[in-house]
Design a protein. Sequence first.
Length: 206
Amino acid sequence: MKSIEITANSVEEAIKQALDQLKLEREQIGIEILEEGNKGFLGFFRTKQARVRVTEKADAVFPAKDFLEEITRRMGVKTNVQIQEEDEYIKMTINGGNNLGVLIGRRGETLDALQYLTNLVANKHSQERKRIIIDAEGYRKRREETLIRLAARMADRVKRTGHRVVLEPMNPQERRIIHTALQNDLSIQTLSEGEEPFRKVVISLR
């Protein structure tokens, strides 16, 4: 991260000079005022100048993108990563390569591991935490549809038998899909139990 100290007649002037030198916008920097400065008597005869330290904010996106492309290359799959910023998260879609299935793994386990590591890289120095979701070959959408169908089938079983159903361990993202799919069914309730990474969704009668 770039960081510079600027001395000028005012804090705002020092910040402007720093932005010009760093070639950044104001929202891309953090500002630490080291000296307020003053104008002296009646605004004349300045006795002290303002001094600020301006630091470029860590960008979570591009280090994460570079990491993801490098680690997939080391796995033997040459890829490029497309970035799409949403309100609540950043979606990184892995494109290219003839064997993206290697990056998905059994039930998305490899993709989940890549997503976990990429989130660590993205948020290592970031001042504002970013949630990154990684997808390849539309796997996340297909998996979501599969889980929604599973939730409906298991809810029907609970209603027929009166017995609760415990699903296989899932990551937080997949458990959220199950909870959301059944949240409007007034005869069913869902909860998560167990410890990560073996936490499971339980479906039962309300």
